[in-house]
Design a protein around this ligand. Structure first.
Ligand code: F6P
Length: 551
């Protein structure tokens, strides 16, 4: 048994689960008229309502005890102070330094990193503003009309999600595209209508070795050369963001166009760094500062608010409650703001690459479950797709609902229709529909007793399905910055409780290694026999098909 599952708080929670598991949230609301007030928190214009969860005072008390038992407050300080908490890579984890507004030095290897962060940010802004104001000229002295970010994982999802989310705040005559897939369709479809003379590429890769990104970057360079007939002026069309400056230079990116990131920024936490160059180009320097401000305010909230009033801490503890005691395997992220349509995909990497681990910080296999499967979709679309399972399926899927009080143009007819769904869904998932209620409804529809008997079982909703709601005024850069940072910190807290390192990602290595070996095997037509029969069969089938097609 691990010390976590043997801790007093854990054992007490396990016992408490048996007391609460059959209590319906309807009862919890009936017995506490102030439940909403008692179980909701605010940060600026963000309201976090967690009252529709299967918790009572005792649950919260025990979950907070669990947080205290693992010394969460001390870990929060370690995070902000730059201790090497990514112990498997001997690295600090300092995405918070990227949005730091204070001047107190943050020392890594004897040096204050803040001046370098600020200097690099200035370089990014300078380039972005030149592009936005059409001062940056391409090979034929034309302004840039299209920016293509080539990157994958953290070098793609964060910038892409934010750029989509803040589209109303962006320059609309400057198009920002994102290419991540090594499938040629992605880059070819993107480049089809672009003009190399007015296109700027950002090769975004922390390592500058990721195969998918490198293959796409090479294709982009070749496209430029083929279209223009030579590589004249190519330095005005290629930029890079990386911690591997040497490889970026070898690729041919001019030194002035290479922006630095540091090993203490994890890819999935890097949108605040120069990896956010595409964001700055889209929304401009001032609004990027607001994004950073919003994140900074969430950082301050996380660092200085008592645990019981701390939004990311409560988000994390609820996740642990369902994951480890209710045995919930997944969690749904359901934004009702169309501009957040890539938020679930972004959070999938942020959460699952961080907390999808089975070995603890001491190198032992854990005896409890860790990170949940994160999935999600725009809420309205989900309602007409997978919400059936949320309402009447056999699995418990705790869900986060995110919605704006105002949206961009805020046409009342649209917005009220949208929000009526938000409120209806959280209520329906909580209350469900009892047999008596379903019976009365069918009766009022004029069905006879025989018809009612047949239909009744299908019309009952058990309810008691947890949702937490995040309502925010409007999706502006500052609010978005806060929301993202709240989720980043939630993930951190869960990693601390589960005693895992949320900041490495060894699990993605195996596939990369095997792909490199198999890539060599695909270079000829010889059948392979070094794998299992399925992998051999698939590879050989592919080779035969390709050989006969002569492609
Ligand atoms: O394959 C996973 C991963 O290592 C992510 O953690 C990272 O965000 C992504 O690849 C891209 O890496 P890079 O920025 O080095 O190209």
């Amino acid at each position: 048994m691990s010390s976590l599952t043997e801790s007093d708080a854990w054992l007490a929670l396990a016992e408490h689960y048996h007391e609460i598991k059959d209590i319906h949230m309807r009862e919890l609301f009936e017995s506490d008229a102030d439940r909403f007030d008692n179980y909701s928190l605010e940060l600026n214009d963000i309201l976090y309502d967690y009252s529709k969860n299967r918790i009572n005072e005792q649950t919260v008390k025990l979950l907070l005890q669990l947080a205290n038992d693992v010394d969460l407050s001390a870990w929060i300080e370690k995070l902000f102070n730059g201790e090497a908490i990514n112990h498997t890579e001997h690295r600090a984890v300092l995405h918070t330094a990227l949005r730091e507004q204070g001047n107190k030095p943050i020392i890594i290897n004897g040096e204050d990193i803040l001046p370098e962060i600020k200097a690099e940010r200035q370089r990014v802004k300078k380039l972005a503003e030149k592009i936005r104001t059409r001062q940056w000229r391409g090979v034929t002295n034309q302004a840039i009309t299209d920016v293509v970010n080539i990157g994958i994982g953290g070098s793609h999802l964060g910038p892409m999600m934010v750029t989509e989310a803040l589209w109303p705040h962006s320059l609309h005559d400057l198009n920002v595209h994102f290419v991540s897939n090594v499938d040629e369709n992605h880059i070819n479809d993107t480049l089809e209508n672009l003009n190399p003379e007015t296109t700027l590429f950002i090769i975004a890769s922390k390592t500058f070795t990721t195969q998918d990104t490198m293959v796409n970057a090479e294709t982009a360079r070749q496209w430029y050369i083929n279209k223009l007939g030579n590589d004249n002026g190519i330095e005005r069309h290629f930029t890079a963001v990386t911690s591997n400056v040497k490889l970026a230079r070898q690729f041919g990116v001019a030194g002035d166009n290479i922006f630095k990131m540091w090993d203490w920024v994890g890819g999935r936490y890097s949108l605040w760094s120069a990896i956010g160059l595409s964001i700055v180009i889209a929304i401009g320097s001032e609004q990027f500062d607001e994004l950073l401000d919003g994140a900074y305010e969430a950082d301050q909230h996380f660092r200085s608010t008592p645990l019981e009033k701390n939004i990311p801490v409560m988000m994390a503890l609820l996740g642990v409650w369902y994951n480890n005691f209710f045995n919930a395997q997944s969690m749904a992220i359901l934004p009702y703001d169309q501009h957040l349509h890539r938020f679930p995909a972004y959070l999938q990497q942020a959460d699952m690459e961080s907390n999808g681990k089975y070995v603890d910080r001491q190198g032992q296999e854990v005896d409890y479950t860790t990170g949940p499967v994160i999935f999600g979709e725009i809420g309205i679309a989900g309602q007409h797709a997978f919400f059936q399972l949320l309402h009447q399926g056999t699995k418990l899927v705790p869900s986060d609902i995110l919605a704006p009080v105002y949206n961009f143009r805020c046409i009342a007819r649209h917005h009220r229709a949208l929000m009526s769904n938000v409120f209806a869904q959280t209520e329906a998932l909580m209350r469900g529909k009892t047999e008596q209620e379903a019976y009365a409804e069918l009766k009022s529809e004029g069905l006879d007793d025989e018809q009612i008997k047949q239909r009744l079982p299908y019309k009952v909703f058990p309810g008691n399905r947890p949702t937490s709601s995040l309502l925010f005024d409007t999706l502006d850069p500052k609010t978005l910055g806060s929301i993202i940072a709240l989720y980043e910190h939630k993930i951190f807290v869960q990693g601390i409780i589960w005693n895992i390192n949320s900041f490495d990602q060894w699990g993605v290595e195996l596939g990369k290694q095997l792909a490199t070996n198999i890539l060599n095997e695909l270079n000829d037509t010889e059948p392979v026999c070094s794998h299992d029969s399925s992998t051999n069969g698939l590879i050989n089938y592919y080779k035969r098909r390709r050989a006969s097609d002569k492609k």
